[in-house]
Write a protein that binds this ligand. Structure first.
Ligand code: DAH
Length: 561
């Protein structure tokens, strides 16, 4: 049994296919400077970090003009009008071609694939990872310190709109991969999504790193270099509503590359020397570095070299976990110390081979912490890193922060309540002290759906999360083309509830389900649990919200009972 459902933050995937590379439109910003300054910043609200960082690259994105602007017949004037609106503003016009939004200062024209909502766009740009005293930023900062500069450069990607190419294609996601489904992913339009994972920036980051490493090699061809990066980003997934799921969460991506050259193998071996030794933790690793049947070595990689890379990856991440859990235990001396125990599990991601997940045994349960592996060679080749070899990982920050700070409800991380924010300070991992518990108020909604395969039991879909997809996506769901609006999908009710009530809902659960014996129609009953973390909700308020939910549900392919 897992404390937090697998699949919310990191999911194993089933398929692999490699596709051509492309240049990303999102920009990455160096934060090394910010980190140096972080101790000096006061924090009074969510974004107080002095952002003195510089764009990593100001290359013009060749796809900019290819955005839906031209395709949907939107006028230049409308694009300019959108740009003049505050970020997050959606302009809906009766004429479909003229609907769009300003997201992070850029105009995006909607089309028939669009499913972003006002409530999700309101959450764009909060950048919790920039407030040095916020649990997300404290966790991020410790990760950055572990993968220290100058070997690693640290970045964040502020604009969440990425192309489907960067989010899926470049990384080898097949066309019918469930992660691409509109039920699971927020589409800005048919070409762009709100990124579903920080790996969407891998390609661009590898390109930039490639240029840096090439310069080093040019200076001294006999001294092959290596270098890495981390990227912090908010990522977006349409998902269920409960204490561990929020439609936006944070991930960090990390990678390390050993550049081309005759000395490469020697260089990898040498890097092992810099890793932490004799960690005070128990490590279970039955699968070893690879398995030709289930977790293969890539074509063209030598077994010896790939083994070194896997070992380097695993030891680096064990060092990270040890450092983080030690820091947390040191800052909470009143709680009895637990021995740290982790295990390596074989995994599958379209962009790595071999691939692994790291789990930690914490408070009696095995919890999945991160996914990682040896980067697919085609990804490196496409980014100009031919003859190089690399590892990469992706970590969900909420998962870690909730464990370390003992935060019981993910919504708290978005709270602007001083009773929450004032409890944390940069560099400290103290446990959260709950300030109060306000009463819940639940309301049910029952309706009929057609018992087609696409409306198969949401409960069954839940249980099969293990075969789901990296970057989100449940393998039991249909592809982007045929999910909406013909069939009801559980995430549709989640989206409506989120749009109407935002963080005033603690969870939404399916509480009853049956098929009518003669009509064959399926009845579903969902319970919406209204509860604020910050105040008592009045009856009238809850009734008003619930009525709005019911009103909006009427647009779905369902029959309210
Ligand atoms: N992007 C993956 C996800 O969100 C996580 C991940 C797995 C990132 C393996 C990586 C990696 O860089 O190598 O599920």
């Amino acid at each position: 049994m897992r404390l937090v459902r697998t699949g919310a933050f990191l999911r194993a995937a089933r398929y692999a296919r490699l596709t051509p590379s492309y240049t990303t439109s999102s920009y990455l910003v160096s934060t090394t400077r910010c980190n140096q300054l972080s101790n000096r910043c006061a924090s009074t609200s969510t974004i107080t970090y002095p952002d003195q960082s510089v764009p990593l690259s100001d290359e013009v994105d060749p796809r900019k003009t290819e955005d839906a602007t031209d395709k949907d017949g939107a006028t230049e004037g409308f694009a300019d009008f959108l740009k003049s609106q505050p970020s997050g503003t959606i302009i809906r016009n009766a004429d479909h071609a003229q609907s769009g939004a300003n997201i992070s200062g850029k105009s995006h024209i909607f089309d028939s694939t669009t499913n972003v909502t006002d409530s999700i766009l309101k959450l764009v740009g909060r950048q919790l990872y920039h407030n040095p005293d916020h649990p997300i930023a404290i966790t991020r900062s410790l990760i950055e310190q572990t993968f220290a500069s100058p070997r690693f450069t640290h970045h964040y990607a502020s604009n969440p709109v990425v192309s489907t190419r960067d989010n899926f294609d470049v990384l080898g996601f097949p066309e019918d991969h469930p992660g691409r489904s509109r039920t699971d992913t927020y589409y800005v339009n048919s070409k762009n999504v709100l990124r579903t994972h920080s790996s969407a920036h891998q390609h661009k980051a590898f390109q930039t790193l490639g240029k840096r490493l090439a310069k080093i090699l040019e200076r001294d061809p006999n001294k092959p270099g290596g270098g890495g990066f981390t990227i912090c980003a908010d990522v977006f997934r349409r998902d269920s509503i409960d204490r561990t799921h929020f439609p936006v969460f944070h991930q960090m991506e990390g990678a390390y590359v050993w550049s081309a050259g005759p000395q490469r193998e020697h260089a990898i071996e040498k890097s092992m020397k810099y890793l932490p030794k004799d960690l005070d933790m128990e490590v279970l690793d039955e699968g070893g570095p690879m398995n030709q049947e289930t977790n293969p070595l890539q074509y063209g990689h030598s077994e010896l070299e790939a083994t070194h890379v896997v070992n380097h990856l695993k030891r680096s991440l064990e060092g990270l976990v040890s450092r983080i859990f030690e820091a947390s235990q040191d800052d909470n001396k009143d709680v009895a110390k637990q021995p740290i125990k982790v295990r390596w599990v074989e995994a599958y991601f379209p962009f790595t081979s071999p691939s692994f997940e790291l789990e930690v045994f914490w408070q009696g349960e095995w919890l999945e912490l991160l996914g990682c592996g040896v980067v697919k060679q085609s990804i490196l080749d496409n980014a100009g890193l031919e003859q190089s070899i690399a590892w990469a990982w992706g970590i969900g920050l909420e998962r870690l922060a909730m464990l370390l700070f003992r935060i019981p409800d993910i919504r708290l991380l978005w709270s602007e309540d001083e009773r929450f924010l004032s409890q944390f300070k940069a560099g400290r991992f103290n446990h959260f002290v709950p300030f109060s518990k306000y009463p819940p108020c639940h309301k049910d909604i029952s309706f009929w759906v057609q018992a087609s395969p696409a409306t198969a039991s949401p409960v069954a879909a839940e249980g099969s999360a293990g075969v789901a997809a990296a970057a989100g996506g449940d393998a039991t769901k249909a592809s982007p083309a045929d999910t909406q609006p013909a069939a009801f999908h559980e995430n549709d009710i989640m989206e409506i509830v989120r749009d109407v009530a935002g963080t005033l809902v603690e969870d939404v659960k399916l509480v009853d389900e049956f098929v009518h014996p003669t009509s064959g129609k399926k009845s579903l009953c969902y319970r919406i649990n209204y509860r604020s973390n910050e105040r008592t909700l009045t009856n009238e308020e809850v009734n008003g919200l619930h009525e709005q939910v019911i009103m909006q549900m009427k647009d779905l392919p369902i029959e309210i009972r």
